[in-house]
Design a protein around this ligand. Sequence first.
Ligand code: PMP
Length: 555
Amino acid sequence: MSGPASLARRLARPEILALPPTDTAAAAAAGGAPIGRSIKLDANENPFAPLVGGGLAASVNRYPEPQPAALRQRLADLYGCAPTQLWATRGSDDAIDLLIRTFCRPGEDSIVIVEPTFTAYAQFARLQGAKVVAARLTEDLQFDCDAVIAACAEARPKLLFLCTPNNPTGTPVEPAEVRRIAAALPDTLVIADEAYIEFSDTPSMVAEVGGNLVVLRTLSKAYGLAGARVGCLIADPEIIEVASRASPPYPLPSLSVAATLDALAAERMPLHTERIARLVADRDMLAERLRAVAEIRSIRTGGNFLFLEVADPAGLAQRLASAGIRLRFRPNAAPGGVRVTVGTEMENAAMLAVFGLAEAVRPSRRAEIVRDTKETRIAVAVDLDRTEPRRIDTGIGFYDHMLDQVAAHGGFALTLACSGDLEIDPHHSIEDIALALGAALKVALGDKRGIGRFGFALPMDEVRAEVLIDLSGRPFSKFEGSFDTPDVGGLPTQMVPHIFRSLADSMGAAIHVKVEGDNDHHKVEGCFKAFGRALRMGLAIEGRGDALPSTKGVL
Ligand code: PMP
């Protein structure tokens, strides 16, 4: 065997090589055969359905596949590698442990880490009886490529862990540095732990995996699935094959696999993108604000966290305790070192207040709705106080265009994606999207304090389209107008009144639409534009911004 094959085998513990690899294909064929189509009397499972509610738990009386094929494929697609290069693990913690158990002989082999860094590398190595050799970041916490290569040249470790961006300092290891290190250390597996890479400007190394370069990824951070415990190891297939020998038979609970596939479904992805961008923007905003605080000596950012050096950590700890806020103190990383995770707007405001940056925060008028039926799966996010992004994918081009008009003229950010049964008819998608969008607008409006509440509008060419709106909490819909053609750009015209009715129902609004003119395209577009304009007036915060525009005292 040549190249990576011999590397994996040369580096692996002999006791591991004596074990059989996990045969994922055979396991998928046997264990993974659809329940109901094969009679499973092979695994001492209990044949009865679990006594728990909810669809997700449907088959937990059966063992999961050792490497669920659908999950492996989804993760491979997500990260841009082949399924054979990927081993799904119980969080990336488990991938770290797996690598150390596969390659490090107790009492003989070592790993190198670059302190200060994530503590689990040393912890798992010590559990395995492997030696831990620590290189260090520079005084000002920069990555020092030469120092790392020199430490490895001396220690000759089986594994080198590079955390990029680094937990807790945020320090990136640039691809050129990873490449240089991997080339300089052909007999060491160079492991880039990219747990926080989605929040970083530094590109991932996944596309370059092979030979001695290994990457770790996790769904815990960017995809909000820490409790599901799903991560992976991405490496040359030979390394995967050898590591599979040290893997427990069923590392991934089926509930976690199902939750993960659900959370990473195509129509959810635009919301993930938006959330990641938001966390990055909030992180940078927090760094900016905290620069004004005298007790903070330095601020670094990297992942979804900030790393501060504070003058009086004990005093800060006391103030945090009385505010009920937990930060992670890392005195070994730097004197006064403390890591702050980016939270929600309200959590961030509470943290800023501990540093004396108190200010009244108006809760953001933002909402995310996930709506699944057998006919459609929809994920929608609206932010009434931002105008970007507008990212809409309904599966019906013209409807995308119409909803874009609503958001653009309404003056709000809209991210919406739908996987629907368009092969049957666009009806389900069109209606359910209107219901989901209306529900999202309703949630985002919250207690409706300060809003304009009413809206009016607008002529368009020869068409006169008028939309009157009252965000009253009481659903009512009236549509006056008719169309000559059955369809405009794939959107059945008879669905247009239906869309406004669905919106009125789910928003809890009175919506009156009146349209007249010659051209149906103009008429449909006029309705949506006018609706956006009317909505803009109704959603806008007016005047002092906290009065409820109703004499009833409730809307
Ligand atoms: N790597 C790094 C750098 C981390 O900070 C963490 C968790 N804090 C992990 C890996 C492990 O994450 P998980 O097991 O949740 O995937």
